[in-house]
Ligand binder design. Sequence first.
Ligand SMILES: [Zn+2]
Length: 50
Amino acid sequence: MTKTMTATATATQLRMSLFPTPRCPDCGGPLVHGEGCVACPVCGFSRCYT
Ligand SMILES: [Zn+2]
């Protein structure tokens, strides 16, 4: 509804396109993206991309 929300959604889509693996390989849960890393809040899995 606001320009700020649109900008945030665009940034999220760009970030997800950089890391096209949003699923945890251990439990299949949704991964949370950090600074070059992804983490699973369900089982504690984490992986960093170099
Ligand atoms: Zn997991």
